[in-house]
Design a protein around this ligand. Structure first.
Ligand code: OGA
Ligand code: ZN
Length: 381
């Protein structure tokens, strides 16, 4: 075992040592933390193994012996140089980088934050609201709006021009638009021969869009150009809040909705797009991270007959919760407003409207979560 004492760097190293039995570099920092860096991890993360411009890894792991040892090191104020025995190779790391990237500790991600769950107590006035021109012209306003939209899964942008491209222009500040079989952008209005219930005037119960897709679209943007018809109010519900309440109230139903994949399908003359999806999806920490719920696109349930009744009970329980006023937030969109929501979290719907009484016309598009999170990271730098 080799040891050395070094003070006076930021972050300050109290002591570094090579632990030959653990086969790790151990750094004790003056703030009493200790970190453990396995030799093989250090070899794989050698800064020289990355392309200087693209920052992509070029190092080929198959070239090395995973059991090679680090036999020596040297410290200066900001760096540590490590030497491998068999390979006779030396790599230099910044201490600040090692401190920030300690194995076993999750590197903080500015794009990820805790969801603020809401129920019917979120009144229309509490929904985060931003001005389109501010978003388009000020990065700070764009960042604040993205953070709010992510936290609540829902926001309203106002002050949009009376132009079908105005909502899309705001969405493009976030990232690439997600194209689907309904196009890059879509018009929500009552149409003859509709291929989607949204393109009628009937009520749409709370749902998430395109559960039949391999990856349902992330954020949805619905720009209201005109809403003069009788009816046509928008409704929203935080699917994460429903799922968390279900977890507490009925764990059997919750587990069935997490563990059972059900078939979803959209088909018309040109497309037949199918997927299998669980209604509630969890991340690796067991946190709810996606709701996929669209009874219109749910295909014939093909699970084992003996599971059918229990599944229907769980599915109906979830569906009843989405209809419970406890969770519903209503908004009457006005021309020049756009509602933005995380389609993989927040369920949306609308009341029926009377197309004879006036026009109702929304223009929509999607931006996936990946693009949304990337913009958050870049603006947070
Ligand atoms: C949709 C939809 C809601 C509305 O287009 O997917 O649900 O308010 N529209 O018309
Ligand atoms: Zn929809």
């Amino acid at each position: 075992m080799t040891t050395s004492v070094f003070n006076n760097a930021v972050p300050t190293v109290l002591k570094a040592q090579l632990d030959s039995s653990l086969r790790m570099l151990v750094i004790h920092w003056t703030n009493t933390e200790s970190s453990y860096f396995p030799y093989v991890w250090l070899r794989d993360n050698d800064p020289a193994g990355f392309h200087p411009d693209t920052k992509e890894r070029q190092f080929d792991l198959t070239r090395i012996n995973l059991d090679d040892d680090i036999c020596d090191f040297a410290l200066d104020q900001e760096h540590i140089r490590l030497s491998w025995l068999e390979e006779s190779y030396t790599a230099e790391f910044s201490l600040a980088w090692l401190f920030a990237n300690q194995p076993g500790k999750t590197v903080p991600d500015p794009a990820l934050s805790d969801a603020t769950l809401w129920r019917s107590d979120l009144t229309g006035g509490d929904i985060p609201r931003s001005n389109a021109n501010d978003i388009l012209t000020q990065d700070n306003a764009l960042l604040t709006w993205l953070r709010d939209t992510q936290a609540y899964g829902l926001s309203i942008v106002d002050g949009l021009a009376d132009d079908v491209k105005a909502g899309t222009q705001v969405a493009q500040k976030v990232g690439f638009l997600r194209e689907t079989n309904f196009g890059v952008e879509f018009e929500v209005k009552s149409k003859p021969k509709p291929n989607n219930l949204a393109y009628t005037s009937i009520a749409l119960p709370l749902h998430t869009d395109l559960t039949n897709q391999e990856l349902p679209p992330g954020y949805q943007f619905l720009h209201c150009l005109t809403n003069d018809a009788e009816g046509g109010g928008s409704i929203f519900c935080d699917g994460f809040a429903v799922a968390e309440d279900l977890r507490r109230a009925d764990i059997v139903a919750f587990d069935l909705l997490v563990n059972t994949q059900i078939p979803c399908r959209f088909h018309d003359e040109d497309y037949d797009i199918r997927s299998r999806k669980a209604v509630i999806n969890l991340d690796d920490q067991g946190q709810v991270n996606e709701i996929c719920f669209n009874p219109h696109l749910a295909s014939t349930l093909d699970i084992a007959p003996e599971l059918m009744h229990a599944y229907y009970r769980a599915y109906q329980t979830f569906m009843k919760m989405t209809k419970d006023p406890e969770y519903k937030v209503s908004v009457m969109l006005k021309g020049g407003e756009m509602v933005v929501f995380d389609n993989r979290r927040v369920l949306h719907g609308r009341d029926a409207f009377d197309p004879q009484s006036g026009a109702r016309y929304l223009h929509g598009c999607y931006v996936d979560r990946g693009e949304f999170e990337s913009r958050l990271r870049v603006l947070s730098k």
